[in-house]
Design a protein around this ligand. Structure first.
Ligand SMILES: [Zn+2]
Length: 362
């Protein structure tokens, strides 16, 4: 009798736990995943501040060892030292579901975290807010993700869809159904995916590029010189985490801002006043980003250094015009060009501009 009673108690606990988890999972889905329509935004020339501001090198997607201990990740102090050595002006630590702001970068940072702990690595980068979007989903349906995007946006933040290629986290169909996000991580160590971006732009999603290191470990050439504890070095060796060069210090953003306080950085991001850069080699000099004007439907590019090739890109990634071996380029947008953006191949890397739209385009 007593045994039956205990058995029934167990069954009830199991049943109600299951009900709670199921409700938790689906309630957000039903509430927030209602339509695949997107909001059109009024679009301005993203590079309108070029004469007033200076360019700042920025990295927004860096993981530290502050969330939970992993021997692979580094301390915020080590990350900041290495990034500063490499010319970065703005450094954001984007730990999983936690805002980490070390005291040494109080001014030159933007609050950041990576949202999402589901099994498919469907992650978002939340920038410029101080609240963590609820994240207790064991499987992330698009509805859950849309809920998180809306949460971050309502709080005034900037949302990036991270590494779509990692474990095929996001298909192009997924990205078409989601809305209200600001950028897509087109340059990522887990796969560069510029073609997704052009498909989105061609179908009315006015999103920016993002370029990130998604740092989990520094190159061995740096790690071996860090003042890490004996224990951390030992664990890294035992887990065969040493000797790797990886892809850190290659992908970053150059944004135009007068100051490096949070508000200035966030404003530059929201207006698209930045470039996404990928260097071919870590030791190469940083490619110089150009100045881009938008005059009478004409995109005008002036570069301080000679580029190897410059392409004006339009709908579906079509090359509208290609210029070789020059410092200047122009392209007049035609009425049937939905958007125009610029890709520059310099000797040391690739630079992507954000897209420019006609003010009156659909
Ligand atoms: Zn991630």
């Amino acid at each position: 009798m007593e045994r039956e009673f205990i058995h029934e108690i167990y069954m009830r606990i199991f049943f109600y736990t299951f009900l709670f988890l199921a409700f938790n999972q689906f309630s957000y889905t039903f509430r927030y995943y209602q339509s695949s329509s997107f909001r059109t935004q009024e679009y301005k020339n993203p590079y309108s501040t070029i004469e007033k501001h200076t360019y700042k090198k920025a990295s927004f997607h860096l993981h530290s060892d502050e969330v939970f201990y992993t021997p692979e990740r580094h301390s915020t102090r080590d990350i900041i030292d290495v990034y500063k050595q490499n010319g970065y002006d703005i450094i954001s630590i984007s730990d999983y579901n936690q805002i980490t702001i070390p005291s040494s970068i109080q001014e030159n940072t933007l609050s950041a975290y990576e949202w999402g702990s589901c099994i498919r690595k469907r992650h978002l980068l939340a920038l410029g807010i101080n609240e963590i979007a609820p994240n207790n989903f064991f499987i992330s349906f698009l509805g859950n993700i849309q809920f998180a995007i809306n949460f971050i946006k309502q709080k005034g933040g900037y949302v990036v869809i991270n590494h779509p290629k990692l474990y095929s986290a996001f298909s192009i169909e997924d990205l078409m159904k989601l809305w209200n996000y600001d950028a897509i991580e087109v340059l990522s160590p887990f796969g560069d995916i510029i073609e997704f971006w052009d498909t989105l732009l061609s179908n009315g999603k006015r999103v920016h590029c993002m370029a990130s290191d998604d740092l989990h470990y520094l190159p061995e050439s740096y790690t071996k010189n860090l003042n890490q504890s004996f224990f951390k070095n030992l664990i890294q060796n035992l887990f065969l985490q040493r000797g790797r060069e990886g892809e850190a210090l290659l992908r970053y953003v150059v944004l135009s801002a007068q100051n490096t306080d949070s508000e200035s950085i966030l404003n530059a991001l929201k207006s698209g006043d930045f470039y996404c850069v990928k260097k071919f080699y870590r030791t190469s000099p940083d490619p110089k980003v150009p100045k881009i004007f938008f005059q009478n439907n004409k995109i005008v590019v002036r570069s301080e250094e000679k580029f190897f090739r410059l392409e004006f890109i339009g709908k579906n990634g079509t090359v509208l015009k290609s210029i070789l071996d020059s410092q200047t380029a122009e392209y007049e947008l035609k009425p049937d060009d939905i958007y125009g953006r610029v890709t520059i191949y310099s000797l040391s890397g690739v630079i992507l501009s954000n897209p420019m739209f006609f003010q009156n385009s659909k």
